[in-house]
Design a protein around this ligand. Structure first.
Ligand SMILES: *[C@@H]1O[C@H](CO)[C@@H](O)[C@H](O)[C@H]1NC(C)=O
Ligand SMILES: *[C@@H]1O[C@H](CO)[C@@H](O)[C@H](O)[C@H]1NC(C)=O
Ligand SMILES: *[C@@H]1O[C@H](CO)[C@@H](O)[C@H](O)[C@H]1NC(C)=O
Ligand SMILES: *[C@@H]1O[C@H](CO)[C@@H](O)[C@H](O)[C@H]1NC(C)=O
Ligand SMILES: *[C@@H]1O[C@H](CO)[C@@H](O)[C@H](O)[C@H]1NC(C)=O
Ligand SMILES: *[C@@H]1O[C@H](CO)[C@@H](O)[C@H](O)[C@H]1NC(C)=O
Length: 431
């Protein structure tokens, strides 16, 4: 009994926190600091530290749910089957600080490049964590009526006639959410966006909803980009820090000002079957200097099936459709030359002796990105196991997507330049 009370108090205490005070530096201009959810700055860091194996296995389970979610993001089909069996915790990996309302209330929102809308837990929300936006305390808050144009842009809209309020619901990973379509001022670093439209969460189920809300950076009509055309011109970049590092200079830079000039580009493609996602044209993969055999159909961009390659901020480990992964893995193993290959969870190429790994180069139209070891290998804390940090898309997903995930993007500046339909990549140590 006593221990139950203690753990409840601890839980309430721990979920209500903001950033670790040592990390409370100011966001300036249009630059926001980006934190990994498990970084020492983050209040969402698990109370009990996981063993390396548990950590890897849990992250893979989350990725699996996210893959399912990404594969399900097909135009006009917003309700997705929830992964069966045990509940899967799945939520995006990086958080930024946002100020909502007047006077501002600070929330640590998860950034998600594959989702359009933003949602924020509001007062009275059933199933949300204890840190919520108290909309009654904001003088600029308003709910949107059923006639509002934005009410047609949310999934499953319905009208609460008595309150004249546009409400909507959707599934997200292993969760469902229900929200009132609302508006308030959002302040990101020192930029204020008045009348920003978002879902004020009334109810959530499951474990996938980021505790302090989600900032959608996708391409669709309700995303931050679409709502800030004049301010940011659909341009942003980020550099994602590694979660183990204690240096946190990762950043989200909004708008065309201050973006790197020396950067390589590949065209951004728009896939009408999956309109929120950022597609690029992956044309081949080198392991060391060898171009591996890939059936062209496995990486082809296909607007009618929704197949192709996306850049995603929320998946942790890169997933390649099976024939692509198998070719990469086989060549990687050949080059490592250590015969005792073991596995760990979904990773099938692990070693329990030190290895010298080849680089892997992702070739896109007009741009090659060579990934160094830090972006390719995960090492156990004790240093005794090393795995190639990629996998094939999970079996239970009828997957037609290759996903370039955040571990492979860490310590690179990734620039999304929508007006010029291009994606830039440059090496930039930020953790
Ligand atoms: C979601 O909205 C639809 C249509 O408005 C409604 O029929 C359904 O019951 C809602 N589902 C949940 C889980 O609230
Ligand atoms: C949200 O909508 C529900 C009805 O669906 C209503 O009862 C509630 O008051 C609304 N909340 C706000 C903040 O307007
Ligand atoms: C953090 O970064 C600073 C400057 O870039 C560097 O001098 C310092 O050694 C780094 N600290 C750690 C723990 O990596
Ligand atoms: C992708 O690259 C391949 C190989 O260069 C090319 O044939 C194809 O037309 C490109 N697809 C798109 C959509 O750019
Ligand atoms: C290969 O790895 C397994 C699992 O770690 C270990 O038990 C075995 O002794 C290793 N075999 C050799 C020949 O190193
Ligand atoms: C990418 O690398 C391949 C193989 O080395 C080379 O043929 C190609 O020209 C490179 N592409 C670019 C854009 O540098």
């Amino acid at each position: 009994m006593r221990s139950h009370i203690f753990s409840l108090v601890f839980l309430l205490f721990s979920v209500a926190q903001g950033l670790n005070p040592n990390c409370e530096t100011q966001d300036r201009g249009s630059n926001l600091q980006v934190f990994h959810v498990y970084s020492p700055c983050s209040p969402f860091r698990p109370a009990r530290s996981l063993s390396w194996e548990e950590d890897v296995l849990q992250t893979q389970a989350k990725d699996q749910a996210r893959l399912q979610y990404l594969s399900s993001l097909v135009a006009k089909k917003s309700v997705v089957p929830i992964a069966s069996g045990r509940q899967i915790v799945q939520s995006p990996t990086y958080i930024v600080r946002a100020n909502i309302g007047t006077p501002p209330q600070t929330l640590l929102m998860a950034m998600d490049t594959s989702n359009d809308a933003a949602w924020i837990p509001c007062t009275g929300c059933i199933g949300c964590s204890s840190t919520v936006f108290d909309n009654a305390k904001s003088t600029t808050f308003q709910t949107l009526g059923c006639q509002a144009a934005q009410c047609n842009q949310v999934p499953n809209p319905s009208c609460d006639a008595t309150a004249n309020s546009c409400v909507f619901n959707m599934t997200y990973g292993g969760s469902t959410i229900a929200a009132n379509l609302s508006q308030d001022t959002i302040t990101l670093a020192t930029d204020s966006v008045p009348s920003y439209t978002f879902g004020c969460l009334q109810k959530t189920t499951g474990n996938s909803v980021p505790p302090q809300g989600l900032l959608g950076l996708g391409r669709g009509s309700l995303s931050l980009l679409s709502q800030t055309q004049d301010l940011y011109q659909s341009t942003f970049s980020y550099c994602l820090p590694n979660f183990r590092s204690s240096n946190f200079s990762g950043s989200l830079r909004l708008g065309p000002v201050g973006q790197p000039l020396k950067i390589k580009y590949t065209p951004l493609l728009k896939n009408p079957r999956r309109p929120s996602l950022y597609f690029v044209n992956l044309t081949g993969i080198l392991v060391g200097s060898k171009a591996v055999d890939i059936p062209p159909s496995a990486i082809a961009f296909n607007p009618s099936t929704g197949a192709g390659t996306i850049i995603d901020s929320g998946t942790v480990f890169t997933r390649l459709v099976e024939p692509v992964y198998v070719s990469v893995r086989d060549e990687f193993r050949r080059r490592v030359k250590v015969t005792n290959v073991t596995s760990l969870g979904g990773f099938d190429t692990c070693y329990n002796v030190p290895i010298v790994a080849p680089t892997i180069t992702l070739m896109f139209t007009g741009m090659n990105v060579t990934l160094p070891q830090d972006n390719l290998l995960i090492h156990s804390t004790a240093g005794s196991i090393t795995c190639l940090a990629m996998a094939s898309a999970p079996d239970n997903v009828n997957s037609v997507l290759n996903v370039i995930a955040n571990m492979q993007q860490q310590n690179h500046r990734i620039l999304f330049d929508v007006p010029n339909s291009r994606l830039g990549v440059a090496r930039e140590p930020c953790s």
